[in-house]
Ligand binder design. Sequence first.
Ligand code: C2E
Ligand code: MG
Ligand code: MG
Length: 492
Amino acid sequence: MARRVIRLLGSQDENQDLELCAKFQAYSARYDVETGLLGFRAFQEATTGLLEFASTSQDQVALIWIDLLNLRREFTLAGWSGAEAMVGRVTKILREIAGPQAVVGRFNGRSFLLATLVSDCVEDGRRFAQLVADELMPPGRSVTPCAPEIAVGVAFSPADTLSAEELLRFGCLAASYAIQTRSSTVVAFQPNMNNLLIRDHEMEFELSKALEQCQLRVAYQPKIDLASGQLLGAEALIRWNHEKWGYIPPGDFIPIAERSGLIHRLFECVLRTALQDTRGWMSMGFNIPVIGVNASVANLRQKDFPFVVKRLLEELPIAPCELEIEVTESLLFEEEELFIERLHMLKQIGVRIAIDDFGTRYTGFDVLSRLPIDAMKIDKCFVRGIDRSPDMRALCLTVIAMARQLKMHTVAEGIEEVGELDVMQQIGCDAGQGFLFQKALPVDEFSAFMRTWPVFSSGFGFAGEDDLEVLGCALDATDSEMEEVEPLIESS
Ligand code: C2E
Ligand code: MG
Ligand code: MG
């Protein structure tokens, strides 16, 4: 093995190279070759030394664990030099900030560790950790090339543990927790984090089993035309009833599916079921113009995601324009260029694309106008109590006007009350979903819903055929309201 290394070095003097090789091995066993910071083992040894020193004084040792979240992204966007620049920047800042009583190390490429003596007050240690975090990722900073995005955890000795090994593990746990909760501030270790992580592992295992054994179900929520009351389509929503834990909301297990990679199987499972059920409804004579399926950020990151959609559409054919992929707004915010490309690939297949939970993040008009989006789903937090909030009404009016300019269909999510429905109708929102009409139903119950809806919908006072003329007047009124907001959009 060593000889092979020597030949790769390509030198003439084998002994000298062997010596060089041994030196290099000894160095790389202790240090991170790229940055010169301590490697994991050496860092742990140095931390043990700090703990011994601290035991003779009243000091605490703070272990700050920093995970660099966007290193891989930087590499894919800017190549090796970009990633190297980012690592160099983090190393420089940590070296500058760490005083003589601190040690700095690097582990597994993306984790940076700093152990330092702080006064016996743990609060001081937390403040110091936050200071480190703010140096690396200044609050309210504008995004610049190679600006690090980090998650930071902190643990203390002797407050949390007396062992250096455990201190490192606890710091790592706290940082994992910061990642999971997307915390923008430093997370201090808590003993129950262990349990949360164990719960996550258990849930991942159970979810994988549920996918294998087809225990997951899909429920459908109707999407209603707010002018005519007609059924415009349905959204497929995943449902998991665990034999021991009972019903688990998607919000609890989708993040775990994303982290573990199970989200790809989950997406396929939901899309396959939704296509099968839609074909079943068609064969029963129901007209279900569009079926919506949610895609998560991790799905779109997958290179062959558009091909998965295409393959399933070929296997279980419905017209591509009858399928709508719902993508949350936060996605577009995070990795703009990648998603613009993916969405265009999807659009080429002919499927519709909806932007979900619109308003929860800021997506600029410029980005929106570059996206092939067919529908904009206004998040339920804007719809809630809109009949009692003139500000919210004005905001939704602006959003709808913007969507109209971009030729997007608008859908109000989470309509629960008649007052909310009234306002969304008045301000010209095209469609609505919500418990007021119907919650998500299993496939058979949704068939029954479709059967009864034409009669049931009359209770909401939608405009029937005869009322269309009157509705025309109402829409005119809406248009004049729209005119008021258009200049706002142009100036933004
Ligand atoms: P979403 O895509 O925005 O779906 C709408 C959520 O709002 C659903 O919650 C629905 O049950 C709920 N909802 C509908 N009407 C009302 C209402 O009037 N009031 C209130 N308070 N809620 C209403 P659910 O099923 O718990 O799903 C939550 C989120 O989980 C979804 O938000 C979506 O982001 C995600 N999700 C659900 N199924 C899937 C899936 O198959 N794949 C992926 N990637 N995500 C999914
Ligand atoms: Mg959705
Ligand atoms: Mg939504």
